[in-house]
Write a protein of this length. Structure first.
Length: 239
């Protein structure tokens, strides 16, 4: 099943990239416009810490070209809680901030759990049921990045497939590397590059292009049948 592969970065404002990824002549206010014309996706990470006004979402949309996609990081006020099942009000606030202004540029929403959060199938299933399937009539796709070894289980993979949630394949020095295919797309986050290496981003990008659903299926850590997804979203150097 063929599909698109999108290569991006986690955010676009990062001092070490200036003079390396961004040419010296590119002004800071123009970094999003520059990055979005050299990549095909960017994670908006600031949404993990705070909300933004609709004007900000419209500005980001207008500064990027047709065909470009943003992925959006879910709020820490939603994920950093004892019981995910109680996140309903937080989710309402998160999706009411104006991200629908991105229009066709709105890609997957990904939710990063704290490294202390253990796998609890009942709580996680309740959280998945809270996640909206549409925003202002536009279909939404969700991906989850767990950071605790207890998620390395077939039960986690089965729960993802039941709800159509993608697992985030995270290449990280400290956290588990889970590669189960659970949705109609793959979301990968590569976080082991070197900001000081000029070709660090392109090297990670080449690695993603070489991936295939069959390869990820062979590398999965939690078991269960592998699927085929029509798209892959990959971001490098994000937290």
């Amino acid at each position: 099943m063929a599909g698109d592969i999108r290569i991006g970065i986690g955010g676009w404002t990062f001092e070490p990239w200036r003079g390396v990824f961004y040419p010296k002549e590119v002004k800071q206010k123009d970094e999003l416009a520059y990055a979005s014309r050299h990549l095909t996706a960017i994670e908006i990470n600031g949404t993990y810490y705070s909300t933004f006004k609709p004007d900000s979402w419209r500005k980001w949309r207008d500064e990027t070209p047709d065909g470009f996609v943003f992925t959006v990081k879910g709020s820490r006020f939603t994920t950093n809680r004892r019981e995910l099942a109680g996140a309903g009000e937080s989710l309402e606030r998160f999706f009411a901030q104006g991200m629908s202004e991105l229009g066709e540029r709105l890609g997957p929403i990904f939710w990063q759990l704290p490294h202390t959060k253990k796998f609890d199938p009942e709580d996680l299933g309740a959280f998945f049921r809270l996640l909206p399937k549409k925003l202002d009539g536009r279909p939404l796709r969700h991906a989850l990045e767990p950071r605790h070894d207890s998620f390395c289980t077939a039960e986690y993979a089965a729960l993802l497939r039941e709800h159509g949630i993608a697992n985030v394949y995270a290449k990280h020095a400290r956290y588990p590397e889970i590669a189960d295919l659970a949705a109609d797309f793959v979301y990968a986050r590569l976080q082991t590059g070197d900001d000081q290496v000029r070709d660090g981003l392109s090297a990670d990008g080449t690695r993603c292009v070489g991936w295939a659903p069959e390869d990820l299926g062979r590398r999965r850590s939690a078991g269960g049948p592998a699927g085929h997804g029509p798209g892959l979203h990959a971001a490098g150097q994000s937290a």
